[in-house]
Write a protein that binds this ligand. Structure first.
Ligand SMILES: [Zn+2]
Length: 435
């Protein structure tokens, strides 16, 4: 029996899906304005393992992870880079897909983009206005927090603890400092869509509520994300969805991964402990990064260090050698002990220790099955052996392909081939293999 710590109930409980034939799961995805860093990778890996585990238990799992491609951070970054918003989001999204693929994370079933769901957001906002949970003021639409008496319950924050406008000046269009934006006007150089309230763009929180409803319906099984999203993002998602749908139900189980520190401190560019996945993958394999992230239980704070990564790479290399030497032996594949660890609120540290035990006991069948559920791609564990020159050429070829310069991309592909490697395009990006 799978047990999950449900943030909404603040305890570990049995997981009972709404429909046992298809489990539904939504995870808040990245805002595509910059490369993802090691902190962003944590929920990707954690919920990838959950997805694999659920898929091993239930006949079908529908996993939705959104891409936020409209946000103020995107607008300012595009301006700073002197590129269009579309160029920035497309480039960053491609890099994101490449990064999670290199981390061996399975592509979610649906990866909806916010900009492709503006109609659904407008519809939901209209519903909220109709239900008197939202109001229009000076071309903005705001959610009226006091219209819903359950607001704050999920995040366990009373009205006074919500810190709205405590330190910042409260905008004059708000009826109450706690009210949050559903729609806002855009200036001429910002992206905008027509709406009943004039040209503008959605607030961040409404994006997830609208995409959840479109792809998973009003009530679904699991909603995941980082601890930092509980307030205000997830609290606001719940308020919007419950009020628009006139329902008490939204996600039945809420799962949140803990914070990530880097080299013992909060990650920051000035401290030199800010690692993008793209950078780390130049030096280390996706398997090693995965092993470090999964070696701490997902709800605990994690201290990521390069020395842990070096150690993990060694362990993965040894594991890979062991498997290459022993892979043909057929053995018992019963991994109940291992699976029970994962079913206990995704206890990956315990599951990993059982995996090492299988290796020690020479239980190849069990070892291979446990490796698969944790998502290690042992075939690719020699990825770090691919020369930097080849990686750079492959990236150049990918850029040429994105720019539809096919003559150039073919030329680079041939060059890579002459150097003894081949590029394979997949739905998730490209792969480099030795010929
Ligand atoms: Zn979200």
């Amino acid at each position: 029996m799978l047990k999950i710590f449900n943030t909404a109930k603040n305890k570990k409980i049995d997981f009972i899906p709404i429909n046992k034939d298809e489990v539904t799961m939504y995870v808040c995805g990245p805002t595509v304005y910059d490369y993802i860093h090691i902190g962003n990778a944590r929920p990707i890996i954690v919920f990838d393992v959950l997805y694999r585990l659920l898929s091993s238990i239930y006949p079908s799992v529908k996993y939705v992870r959104n891409i936020t491609d409209i946000d103020d951070k995107i607008n300012s970054k595009a301006l700073q880079n002197n590129e269009t918003i579309f160029e920035l989001t497309k480039r960053t999204e491609n890099q994101f897909i490449k990064d999670y693929k290199d981390l061996n994370a399975i592509k979610p079933d649906i990866e909806p983009r916010a900009t492709e769901h503006i109609d659904e957001m407008i519809e939901m906002i209209q519903q909220l206005i109709e239900n008197k949970n939202a109001y229009e003021a000076k071309k903005h639409v705001l959610f009226r927090v006091k219209s819903w008496d359950k607001y704050g319950k999920f995040a366990n924050k009373s009205y006074d603890e919500q810190e709205h406008g405590a330190r910042v000046e409260v905008a004059d269009y708000k009826q109450d400092p706690a009210d949050f934006v559903l729609w806002k006007p855009s200036s001429d150089d910002e992206p905008s869509w027509d709406s009943p309230w004039g040209k503008g763009r959605p607030g961040w929180h409404i994006e997830c509520s609208a995409m959840v409803k479109k792809h998973l319906g009003e009530n679904f099984d699991i909603h995941g994300g980082g601890l930092d999203l509980i307030f205000p993002h997830h609290q606001n998602e719940i308020a919007q969805s419950c009020c628009a749908n006139k329902s008490d139900k939204f996600a039945n189980y809420w799962m949140h991964n803990g914070f990530l520190m880097s080299e013992g401190q909060k990650m920051s560019k000035s401290l030199g402990n800010f690692y993008t996945i793209n950078e780390l993958l130049n030096e280390f394999s996706g398997n090693a990064i995965r092993l470090v992230l999964l070696s701490t239980h997902y709800r605990k704070p994690l201290d990521f260090t390069k020395s842990k990564l070096i150690e993990a790479e060694n362990l993965i290399n040894k594991l890979s050698d062991f498997i290459n030497k022993n892979k043909n032996e057929k053995q018992d594949e019963n991994i109940d002990e291992f699976k029970n660890a994962l079913c206990d609120d995704l206890n990956t540290p315990l599951a990993i220790s059982i995996m090492w035990k299988y290796q020690k006991e020479n239980q190849i069948g069990k070892l291979l099955k446990s490796i698969e559920l944790l998502g290690f791609d042992i075939k690719n564990s020699d990825k770090s052996q691919i020369p930097q020159e080849i990686k750079e050429l492959a990236e150049k070829r990918n850029q040429a392909k994105i720019e539809k310069n096919f003559a150039e991309s073919d030329k680079i592909r041939n060059k890579i081939k002459q150097l003894g490697y081949e590029i394979k395009d997949t739905p998730n990006g490209y792969e480099i293999n030795k010929i």
